[in-house]
Write a protein that binds this ligand. Structure first.
Ligand SMILES: O=C(O)CC1=CCC(=O)O1
Length: 262
């Protein structure tokens, strides 16, 4: 197990693939840990690319400080992790809040980010009112109080009928309430429209046609802020197409990564 001691936070991370390969960093969504990427990584090349995953604060095996967290803190965490691991010039793949972290990191440290994948994300996600309600619900009843509604945003009815669905629901409900609430504050306070519109780097947007959290129009609109960006819509998938449609997700991601990596 790998733990990076970054002074005020200890983050769990994992490196797979080719140790000498070009780096690809993955940042996952609210209420998930690095296993979000298991299916996609199993479908990506074993040589030529080095895959770095981590659990953001309050999630997975990383430390869980008391909320609230700011987006600046979440961006700084991965910035320090990459510096700690001497990783720069990476393709950065971020899903949902992970995609917000990608936008924030590219704006702050373009030397760390060669190209970004904005998966199921936005420059803004939902509204302050929606996040305030989710935070209040989680404070009162824990993350489990949000689980049923969240699952309808994350997954299509067809996926929700599979045995695997249970594991993803468990992943959400086992997220510490402090971690969920902390990151919800970070999302509520983030509006990256102006900073992302100023970015100039290769960018791919990925959306799921049935995404109830970050609908395709939001992902497309955010991606198009960056001139020359590409956009791909995965049909019959919700908020986590890397789980529901891993073959298509890995193919699109691989084509983009190969085009951008050294
Ligand atoms: O709506 C959800 O619960 C999904 C989500 C929003 C931001 C994020 O990271 O996940």
């Amino acid at each position: 197990m790998n733990i990076a001691d970054l002074e005020d936070i200890r983050l769990h991370y994992r490196i797979d693939g080719d140790p000498d390969g070009a780096p690809v960093v993955f940042a996952n969504s609210l209420g998930t840990d690095m296993r979000l990427w298991d299916k996609v990584l199993a479908r990506l090349p074993k040589t030529g690319l080095k895959y770095i995953r981590y659990d953001k604060r309050g999630h997975g095996l990383s430390e869980c400080p008391k909320p609230p967290y700011g987006m600046g803190t979440l961006v700084r965490d991965v910035e320090r992790l990459m510096d700690h691991l001497a990783i720069r010039d990476a393709v950065f793949v971020g899903l949902s809040i992970g995609g917000m972290i990608a936008q924030g990191l590219a704006a702050k440290r373009l030397d760390l980010v060669r190209a970004m994948v904005l998966s199921n994300t936005g420059a803004r996600i939902a509204t302050r009112e929606i996040w305030a309600q989710r935070i209040a619900d989680a404070e009162r009843g824990g993350v489990v109080a949000l689980a049923d509604a969240t699952m309808t945003r994350w997954f299509t009815p067809a996926f929700r009928a599979t045995p695997e669905f249970t594991a993803w629901r468990n992943m959400l409900t086992r997220t510490p309430a402090d971690g969920y609430i902390g990151c919800s504050h970070a999302i509520a306070g983030t509006d990256f429209y102006a900073t992302t519109a100023a970015l100039r780097l290769p960018t791919l947007g990925i959306a799921g046609s049935e995404d109830g959290s970050t609908p395709p129009d939001l992902v497309r609109e955010t991606t198009e802020l960056v001139p020359g960006s590409q956009f791909h819509l995965i049909r019959k998938a919700g908020h986590l197409p890397c789980v529901e449609a891993p073959d298509e997700y890995a193919r699109v991601l691989n084509d983009f990564i190969i085009a951008q990596a050294h």
